[in-house]
Design a protein around this ligand. Structure first.
Ligand code: 6PG
Length: 237
């Protein structure tokens, strides 16, 4: 298995423009080839400008959009990944709600995970290889990705979705597991800023730490691209 591709762009603006173009191109190509596509989207702050910059594209109506993880907060909370992505992308591009798959937080807590797992499986079963076309991920300064945090996530989780407690608020999370996130034709890590430089080095540097959750996302038959600004990539040399 070859290592990840690393692309370092001068600044945040360059990364955002490149990422928006990569998302639209990857998904429109997937729809052209298979008449549908599925994209798993990252939460947090980094991807929001990319979602705002994403143009509509040929075949967008045939894309299934999923959340890689969600914080268990009130629906309208500013901490909700679904609320952020809805405002930045889904509402702006008039995405059909039937094409959006997110954890149903109104369910009983013990049902949320199982329900999301079942719906993720249904989306995967629509694909001839049971894979997502694109998985967009961020990186925490501690090496976490989605809501897989060092020390509490299980690399070998057999499920596709797990609930867990994050060390940072909001603590309650629902997340795709490494097993699910690796079911990808293309994974893109979007990382910006000096504060992530050490974590980037710990994950993809020469002395990478395989115990960090972001290190676990290595699809057996998919590509991984690390899209960094100069600051986030500054410790790789
Ligand atoms: C979340 C994300 C999380 C995020 C990183 C980086 O729900 O918060 O899934 O994994 O990508 O914490 O967050 P920032 O982009 O805000 O730095």
């Amino acid at each position: 298995m070859s290592g990840p591709e690393i692309r370092i762009l001068p600044d945040r603006e360059g990364v955002n423009a490149y990422a928006a173009d990569l998302l639209s191109t990857t998904l429109s190509t997937a729809v052209a080839e298979r008449a549908r596509a599925a994209a798993v989207l990252a939460g947090g702050g980094t991807p929001e400008p990319v979602y705002r910059a994403l143009p509509s594209f040929q075949g967008i109506e045939r894309v299934d959009w999923l959340l890689g993880d969600e914080r268990v907060v009130e629906g309208g909370s500013e901490l909700s990944n679904l609320a952020m992505i809805s405002a930045a992308l889904f509402e702006r591009l008039s995405i059909d709600p039937d094409r959006i798959t997110a954890p149903r937080l109104a369910l009983e807590a013990r049902r949320i995970t199982e329900d999301y797992e079942q719906r993720i499986r249904q989306i995967l079963e629509r694909d001839p290889d049971q894979r997502f076309d694109l998985v967009l991920l961020g990186l925490g300064a501690d090496g976490h990705t989605a809501s897989l945090f060092p020390g509490d996530a299980r690399r070998d989780a057999s499920r596709l979705v797990e609930s867990g407690k994050a060390p940072v608020a909001p603590h309650l999370r629902v997340t795709l597991t490494a097993r699910a996130l690796c079911r990808a034709r293309q994974v893109v890590f979007l990382v910006i800023g000096e504060d992530k430089a050490a974590a980037v080095r710990q994950v993809i540097g020469a002395d990478g730490d395989p115990e960090l959750p972001a290190s676990w996302i290595r699809p057996a038959d998919g590509r991984v691209l690390w899209l960094l600004d100069r600051a986030a990539g500054s410790r790789l040399a």
